[in-house]
Write a protein that binds this ligand. Structure first.
Ligand code: DAH
Length: 357
């Protein structure tokens, strides 16, 4: 028996050791320990021996069998580890790679896109971002802006009042952020403040919730020509054309003196069949507003402007009805929305790869 084992062992161990994959290894196992295997044949041969011989040979054979089984198991594990490592190496995920934009779902809402475009332009001009609360008090939304309780312009802005919080309202305009910024007492000021605004109004061009962006510049020498320069430059960059003609029409706002409404003409107005389109309100900040915020109008002056973001989005991207913005209709957002990775920049184009282009 020992002799037979000695003859078999070196070759068998060498074969196990050099098996290059799990299939080969299993073939070796079957040839040794399987039903018709060589070691199995030796086991069967034990029956022909005398009881004493059988006991001795059986022990030797069992030891051998265990040795081979262990060798097979060790090799099997080594091969399995190698297979796993190879798979891990080939299937590894590089989490630093940029995500792939999903072209079928997920769109940036046109309002977000336009807000981002506007902020990109104003940031380049050196404006800082300012914010105020949607739930505002009378002082910031009206009083400090030179709109006393009896003032007719209060009626023009159909205000939502907060039933459970007397004295508070949903802001009707972002102009209150002017007051909040000036009250902080840090001068000079050069801010834009985008955000939601609310008025009790509902038709194709009015939504009870809409968006405005406010601008405020306060310094010692700030004047009307700065206002015109900023707005003209803004319009050209925003509408991505030099063919922008601006007209300043005398108007009235309680918080500016003089006050203007700026209209845009030229090719842009013609696309919607008009000669002029009303774009925004603006003017030089009223001295009383400065005083209300503790700023000396003899030392400081400035300009302000405010406009509807939704209106700009409708004009630039040819969107006919403001109410669609807020209906969450997937077909609409797929058509008018923007791809998530198309971040607006001045150099590569604000709306370069916009949804429709
Ligand atoms: N707050 C005004 C509105 O909602 C718009 C406006 C007009 C803002 C003139 C201004 C401004 O800052 O100077 O109709």
């Amino acid at each position: 028996m020992q002799q037979q084992i000695n003859d078999m062992k070196p070759d068998l161990l060498a074969a196990i050791e050099s098996a290059s994959d799990l299939t080969t290894l299993d073939e070796i196992r079957v040839s040794a320990l399987g039903k018709n295997g060589r070691i199995t044949a030796l086991m069967k041969g034990l029956g022909a021996l005398s009881p004493d011989e059988r006991k001795q040979a059986g022990q030797i054979l069992n030891t051998f069998k265990t040795e081979i089984a262990n060798a097979l198991e060790a090799k099997k594990q080594a091969l399995e580890t190698a297979v796993l490592n190879a798979r891990l190496a080939s299937e590894s995920v590089d989490v630093t790679l940029p995500t792939r934009p999903d072209t079928h779902t997920g769109r940036i809402h046109p309002i977000s896109q336009v807000m981002e475009e506007m902020l990109t332009i104003f940031a380049q001009m050196g404006f800082e971002l300012a914010e105020g609360p949607d739930i505002e008090d009378d002082w910031h939304n009206f009083e400090a802006l030179n709109i006393p309780p009896s003032h007719p312009s209060r009626q023009m802005q159909a205000t939502f009042f907060m039933e459970n919080a007397p004295g508070t309202i949903l802001r009707t305009q972002t102009s209150g952020v002017q007051i909040r910024t000036m009250e902080k007492g840090k001068l000079p000021i050069k801010i834009v403040a985008p955000g939601r605004t609310y008025r009790c109004d509902y038709d194709a061009t009015h939504s009870p919730m809409f968006h405005q962006i406010e601008g405020l510049v306060i310094d010692k020498t700030t004047n009307l020509s700065h206002l015109k320069g900023v707005l003209e430059e803004f319009m050209k960059l925003f509408f991505e054309t030099d063919d922008v003609v601006l007209r300043f029409r005398p108007s009235y706002f309680p918080f500016t003196e003089p006050s203007y409404e700026a209209d845009v003409g030229g090719a842009l107005a013609k696309t919607v069949g008009k000669e002029w389109i009303e774009l925004l309100g603006c003017g030089m900040v009223h001295p009383q507003v400065l005083r209300n915020c503790g700023i000396d109008p003899n030392e400081y002056q400035g300009f302000a402007f405010g406009c509807g973001i939704d209106r700009f989005a409708m004009l630039k991207y040819n969107i006919p009805d403001i109410r669609n913005f807020f209906e969450s209709d997937m077909r609409w957002i797929r058509h008018y929305g923007f791809l998530p990775l198309d971040v607006p920049t001045i150099t590569s184009g604000l709306s370069m790869n916009g949804g429709k282009k």
